[in-house]
Design a binder for this molecule. Structure first.
Ligand SMILES: [Cu+2]
Length: 144
């Protein structure tokens, strides 16, 4: 009986591990950077986040800006900088601490989405309205 219990104790987690890894996939996304701009007519203003009334607003954005993967997936973000001199990308939740990409370049950012939740993909160059930000995309990692 003890041997049988020990066998089950070893085998069940091993099968779960194998099945779990078999479900994991590589999810690849092609992102570009873009710039959104609004400029008012003479005397026209609009209220900006934290800046008050301004005659124009510029924002850097990721396209697409909302990504969905499953927990355990390997994620590959192929980021192509089309607009903006350079961007420095951080995804704190998955240890991506500052990938610098200059205009015209494409880089691949790879990591394993090993926890579920909603996470930010941030550009550290464009963090606030004063710096044409926040430039942010969202990664939704679902449970399996
Ligand atoms: Cu940026």
């Amino acid at each position: 009986m003890l041997v049988r219990t020990a066998l089950v104790a070893v085998t069940v987690p091993l099968i779960a591990l194998l099945v779990g890894s078999a479900w994991a996939e590589t999810k690849e996304f092609y992102l570009v950077t873009d710039e959104v701009k609004w400029q008012g007519k003479a005397g026209e203003t609009v209220v900006d986040r934290g800046r008050g009334p301004v005659p124009e607003i510029e924002r850097y954005v990721f396209i697409p800006a909302f990504l969905v993967v499953r927990k355990g997936d390997e994620v590959v973000l192929r980021v192509h900088v089309v607009k903006g001199k350079e961007h420095v990308i951080r995804i704190s939740a998955f240890g991506v601490q500052g990938v610098r990409i200059k205009r015209g370049e494409q880089q691949a950012i790879r990591f394993v989405a090993d926890k579920a939740g909603l996470f930010e993909i941030l550009c550290m160059t464009h963090r606030t309205p004063d710096h044409e930000g926040p430039m942010v995309a969202y990664l939704h990692v679902t449970e399996r």
